[in-house]
Design a protein around this ligand. Structure first.
Ligand code: SF4
Ligand code: SF4
Length: 62
């Protein structure tokens, strides 16, 4: 399953990745974005491309 890897120290909690994810994988938890439904990630990379902080380092495939 693919999942976005979010570098917590870089996340500004802007919520853009939450809004752009077509599968609603991401949510703001406290002041950081986290994948909460990572079994539904399709590795589209929209979150990675739109993050203004570069906080999503990769879409990990395992
Ligand atoms: S790669 Fe696509 S489906 Fe997966 S969390 Fe990011 S925006 Fe959502
Ligand atoms: S788009 Fe980037 S900075 Fe904004 S909430 Fe998502 S991971 Fe954090």
């Amino acid at each position: 399953m693919p999942r976005p890897i979010i570098v917590q120290e870089e996340c500004s909690a802007c919520g853009i990745c939450v809004d752009v994810c077509p599968e609603d994988v991401l949510e703001l938890v406290g002041d950081v974005a986290e994948p909460v439904k990572d079994d539904e990630c399709t590795a589209c990379a929209a979150c990675l491309e739109e993050c203004p902080m570069g906080a999503i380092s990769e879409i990990e495939e395992d």
